[in-house]
Design a protein around this ligand. Structure first.
Ligand SMILES: Cc1ncc(COP(=O)(O)O)c(C=O)c1O
Length: 388
């Protein structure tokens, strides 16, 4: 049987991983500045992660949500503590798209309304409604097309206000990434997030913060939108939540009341997923990884800003983007195949850095050295590069 060929792949087979490093089947070492697309939060094969999952596997891996699963409450308590959202409620599922799907569904149930406001360059996943609020028509199938979604320009407070002045009572929810990931590391301004909070409150719509990529400690705060000092009504989480174990969820404000059968999923909140998610939070807390994300991120960003040839260095914590063009168009590929460094990209010319929150300063320095060396190799004039 053939694999359904939807991913353009690099001819590399990873067989081992530890911390911020990966090794291929020929024993070649790679530095992971991509975190497998922002998934690796506490570092590859962290010993506590491995032992907690192994222990759980030997106890019970799965039973359905028809029985009591105390690990779910343990996880909810820990999440409440680390995120500072103790009064919120947790619903668990399996992927980022599913988290957003449930968030929007809940908003629609609660408000009785149909309209969702999303923003230009957004990415929220590939399931039905998640893809409908994603600003990329090429991945929206005809069956996903709906009149219920309106796209407004990102970071445009005036247009948002004007839309709500005219249609606010039709809106079930506004969904926004605190920092757009797939869209190219575009940071939502605090004033924009505050305006979303205000219009949602004024018109009884729900504020959904999609924290799937930018959240879970990556910016140095638990949620990226915390920077604006506002609370969303629903936070969606996935990627970093399980450090590679597929687990996701939504945090739901206390005024949203559950009803039996309203949401549900077979695998969500299973024993193994809870053990993985608990291990992640325990390590984040124990190793002070949110602080590390902030300080190592600041160090990286300040050094990147000194490198000539890189444009518009941006982001927060360990969610960093910069643009390259001209002679550096192939930089991402060259970093991988010449310097053995994994990075991410966003169309048309952005490089994204999404390493583990445990990235050490010396690993960041190693990356900067590789980057400068590669840029030096690529540009015709070596003077283009500052020695920062
Ligand atoms: C912001 C954001 N939301 C949702 C998703 C979808 O997550 P998943 O691929 O787990 O469905 C992604 C994936 O990249 C994402 O970046």
């Amino acid at each position: 049987m053939k694999l359904f060929n939807v991913y353009p792949i690099n001819e590399i087979t990873i067989t081992r991983a530890k911390g911020s490093y990966l090794w291929d089947d020929a024993g070649q070492q790679y530095l992971d500045m991509y975190g497998g697309h922002a998934v690796i939060s506490i570092g590859h094969t962290h010993p506590h992660f491995v032992s907690r999952i192994t222990h759980q596997l030997n106890q019970v891996a799965f039973y359905s949500n028809s029985i009591r699963i105390p690990l779910q409450q343990e996880l909810a308590d820990k999440l409440g503590k680390l995120s500072g959202k103790e009064e919120y409620q947790l619903f668990m599922c399996n992927s980022g798209a599913e988290a957003n799907e449930n968030a929007m569904k809940l908003a629609s149930f609660h408000t009785g309304r149909k309209k969702i406001v999303a923003f230009s360059k957004s990415f929220h996943g590939r399931t039905s409604l998640a893809v409908a609020v994603t600003d990329n028509p090429s991945i929206v199938a005809p069956v996903n097309q709906t009149e219920n979604v309106v796209f407004l320009p990102f970071n445009d407070t005036d247009t948002l206000k004007e839309y709500f002045d005219n249609h606010g009572r039709e809106v079930a929810a506004v969904i926004v990434e605190g920092i757009q990931g797939v869209g190219g590391i575009n940071v939502a301004e605090d004033s924009f997030l505050k305006k979303i909070r205000t219009v949602c409150t004024d018109y009884d719509a729900l504020f959904i913060a999609d924290e799937v990529q930018c959240g879970y400690g990556r910016t140095g705060e638990f949620f990226s939108t915390d920077s604006a000092g506002v609370d969303a009504d629903i936070y969606s989480m996935a990627k970093g939540m399980g450090n590679g174990f597929p687990v996701a969820g939504i945090l739901i404000a206390p005024f949203l009341k559950p009803k039996y059968g309203m949401l549900g999923t077979t695998f969500g909140g299973n024993h193994l997923a809870c053990a993985a998610a608990l291990a992640v939070l325990e390590v984040i807390e124990e190793e002070n990884l949110m602080y590390n994300a902030k300080s190592t991120g600041e160090f990286l960003t300040s050094r990147l800003k000194k490198i000539k040839g890189l444009k518009n260095v941006r982001g927060r914590g360990l969610m960093i983007g910069f643009d390259v063009d001209g002679e550096l168009k192939e930089l991402k590929k060259n970093l991988l195949f010449h310097q053995q460094v994994f990075t991410g990209e966003a169309k048309p010319n952005t490089i994204r850095l999404l390493p583990s929150l445990a990235l050490r300063k010396k690993e960041a320095e190693e990356f900067l050295e590789s980057l400068e060396e590669e840029i030096n190799n690529m540009v015709s004039s070596p003077n283009l590069v500052n020695q920062a």
